[in-house]
Design a protein around this ligand. Structure first.
Ligand code: FOL
Length: 227
């Protein structure tokens, strides 16, 4: 029995869900927040620790372009980039993590199909060198790809979880937004905030609780799950 692919969205957003400005992040200098992102997206689920498995990060082409060239592909993770100009679907036998860059797919569905195919091969045969075991799967943006992931949550229940860093103050100017409001007291909402213990359990480390302050910016680490 194959475990189904679960998507976790990870993002930092203002109170009104602003996530971007002019093709980049609305802020700079949130170094510890970025280091949290890197650590969480790299850490393998406990059953795969010590193996050569990798977590996957799925992103849109504009997000890829926004990552400083010296940091991409994001190290220690299988990078999948979605672009409408991609023609043929990726195959698990494609060579991964090459200098030529990330695995390309034409849609989020195709990226998930690709990861499913990798998982199937994992089960059937011992790993070849060109393949890679896949652990957790993160969607890292931007707006268009988060929207596609939230639509997949409705249609196919693959999107389970949102790791949200809520930027509380100051207000930052934004021109890109996460297409879902997450409200703690919204009765009947599909999404519910989880406890600190549940967040720690999912990310596999103790996450600092309460308001964090970095260079005068206040933020909080949160986890939300679909009911
Ligand atoms: N999620 C959270 N919580 N914070 C973010 O800043 C964030 N950013 C994106 C997606 N989800 C997020 C998209 N933008 C890098 C740069 C931009 C980016 C995502 C990642 C990046 O350079 N990451 C390096 C960190 C290097 C460092 O500063 O230590 C990495 O290795 O992950």
């Amino acid at each position: 029995i194959l475990p189904s692919i679960e998507l976790t969205l990870i993002l930092a957003a203002t109170r009104d869900m602003g996530i971007g400005l002019n093709g980049g992040l609305p802020w700079n200098g949130l170094k510890k927040e970025m280091v949290y992102f890197a650590r969480v997206t790299k850490r393998l689920p406990s059953q795969l620790t010590g193996t050569k498995a990798l977590n996957a990060v799925i992103m849109g082409r504009k997000t890829w372009d926004s990552i400083p060239p010296k940091f991409r592909p994001l190290k220690g993770r299988l990078n999948i980039v979605i672009s409408r100009s991609v023609t043929s679907p990726p195959s698990p036998s494609d060579k991964l993590e090459t200098e030529e860059g990330p695995v390309m797919a034409s849609s989020l569905e195709q990226a998930v199909e690709y990861l499913r195919a990798c998982q199937q091969q994992q089960q059937q045969q011992q790993q070849e060198e060109s393949q890679q075991k896949v652990g957790k799967v993160f969607v890292i943006g931007g707006g268009q790809i988060y929207r596609a992931a939230l639509e997949l949550a409705e249609a196919k229940d693959v999107t389970k979880r949102i790791l949200l860093t809520r930027v509380l103050s100051p207000e930052f100017e934004c021109d890109t937004f996460f297409p879902l409001e997450l409200k703690e007291d919204a009765a009947g909402s599909e999404w519910a905030r989880k406890s600190k213990e549940e967040l720690d359990e999912f990310v596999g480390e103790e996450v600092p609780a309460g308001v964090q302050v970095e260079n005068g910016t206040e933020y909080e680490f949160q986890m939300w799950e679909r009911r």
